[in-house]
Design a protein around this ligand. Structure first.
Ligand SMILES: Cc1ncc(COP(=O)(O)O)c(C=O)c1O
Length: 461
């Protein structure tokens, strides 16, 4: 090693040592004070390792997706046992990438003759009405038509028994989120998709590590998405990814993620194919630089290596995170059983092993959800609603082109009566017991008082 490299290495070690020290001093967790400290529904759980890898990546200054992104993708490929895993900059981008891949002009060439055909404008995608907005948005952005199907109170997933009846002449795909980490009934859904010749996509953003019949959520469909936003099982600040299980999708998905290009060189690399100036593509002059050949209408959805460095450190904790989420979920479940006369607790299929994102609760008739939520929030316990509720009632979605299958009664109930609280690994037993005490206080007061309406209504025009 030359003296310069030696010096740089020594300085780096010094800096990374200081980062660890800094973490100990600056990121020390304050003690929990019931009633005063917030009990968040989610949050980043990290230690000096995340900060060290982030600093290491910053010092390397590669910036765009590079060595850490490669390592992260490899880890996730191993985790899922999938054909490929592509890192992107959010869960929303991951959903966009999956739908755009199925609609990409270059896809037909990559798929074998046996495969399902690519999607075309006007084709329908079956999806639940209770969902996240950017699970539906890429359907619309690709000029496809969502077919909304009702959900189930308790699992908060699509009602699997309604899917087959919802299929129409233009239906080509099913796209299901595993809501809050509780996997959908993948036995029914994969069977319907296979028998009726439909693409199957999973939104696994909330469900990293969940299984159904012992199989990981995210490995049933041809593709599945993940989010690495701080509320999710592992984080890199902003981030997401797709697991590719199906045949013939990798090249197109990579292309759509990376500007729509035909070239598959890693960032900063040239001539991976060895014939960079030897291609004849479309109507381009012969030998046109392959780096600038675009076989798809793409985006730039890549992450930075700094994000991937944080993500890589998080993967080392993934199993422990999932175990903690399951433990916390169980503690809440056992504690809330006492209030089952008032609350509908989560329903878990005996074939499912959720990797809980949160703990959903639906109030029974006579209990005012908003009053209970206010009681918890006043006690510093953070709550959230199930994302967009019945998405067709959201202002931005009122006039979208869509088909609604049957009625959406359960989805409306979820929108009106359901909320969730946290189970993330940052919650301690002390915090969870405080949450349970706070529920107990609420149900100790008169039922009449609980159900008096209190809303202030703001009309959005
Ligand atoms: C089910 C689901 N899909 C998609 C997303 C979008 O992920 P991101 O926030 O990373 O864009 C989320 C985010 O919470 C989600 O819960």
């Amino acid at each position: 090693m030359d003296p310069h490299t030696n010096k740089a290495q020594a300085l780096k070690e010094q800096i990374l040592g200081l980062v660890q020290e800094y973490y100990q001093v600056a990121h020390e967790k304050p003690a929990f004070v019931p009633g005063q400290s917030r009990v968040p529904y989610a949050g980043r759980v990290y230690d000096a390792r995340e900060m060290t890898l982030l600093a290491d990546s910053a010092l390397d200054f590669w910036l765009t997706a590079g060595p850490y992104a490669d390592r992260f993708e490899r880890r996730m490929r191993q985790f899922f046992g999938c054909r490929d895993f592509l890192l992107v900059n959010s869960g929303s981008s991951a959903n966009l990438l999956m739908l755009s891949t199925l609609c990409a002009p270059g896809l037909a060439r990559e798929l074998g003759g046996e495969s399902l055909p690519p999607l075309a404008p006007g084709d329908e995608v079956i999806t639940p009405a209770v969902t996240f907005p950017t699970t539906v948005a890429p359907i619309l952005q690709n000029r496809l038509v969502p077919v909304f199907v009702d959900c189930e109170v308790g699992t908060y997933n699509i009602n699997p028994r309604l899917i087959e009846d919802a299929i129409g002449p233009r239906t080509r795909a099913i796209f299901v989120p595993h809501t809050l980490g509780n996997p959908c009934d993948m036995e029914i859904i994969t069977e319907v998709a296979r028998r009726r010749g439909l693409w199957l996509l999973e939104d696994g953003c909330d469900a990293l590590g969940a299984t159904f019949n012992g199989q990981l959520a995210g490995t049933f469909g041809q593709m599945s998405s993940l989010s690495f936003y701080p509320a999710h099982h592992i984080t890199m600040g902003e981030g997401g990814g797709i697991a590719i299980n199906g045949f013939g999708l990798q090249k197109t998905a990579r292309s759509v993620r990376d500007w729509g290009r035909d070239c598959w060189c890693d960032p900063g690399k040239s001539n991976t194919c060895g014939t960079r100036f030897g291609w004849q593509c479309g109507e381009l002059p012969c030998g046109y630089d392959h780096k600038y050949v675009y076989s798809n209408i793409g985006y730039n959805l890549k992450v930075t290596d700094l994000q991937a460095a944080i993500g890589l450190a998080q993967t080392e904790k993934l199993e422990a995170f999932i175990a903690a989420r399951r433990r916390n979920f169980q503690r809440l479940f056992q504690g809330l059983l006492a209030h089952e006369d008032y609350l509908i607790l989560p329903k878990i299929d005996r074939r499912a092993n959720p990797s809980p994102f949160a703990f959903p609760i639906t109030v029974r008739p006579g209990v005012d959800r908003n009053r209970l939520v206010r009681h918890l929030e006043d006690a510093q316990i953070e709550t959230r609603l199930v994302f967009g509720g019945n998405i067709v009632r959201q202002p931005g979605f009122l006039n979208i082109e869509k088909r609604v299958h049957g009625d959406l009664t359960a989805s409306d109930t979820i929108m009106r009566d359901t909320f969730f609280i946290g189970v993330y690994p940052g919650l301690t037993a002390e915090m969870l017991d405080y949450v349970l005490d706070t529920f107990r206080d609420f149900f100790a007061v008169g039922r009449k008082q609980r159900s008096e309406p209190t809303q202030q209504v703001v009309t959005l025009i």
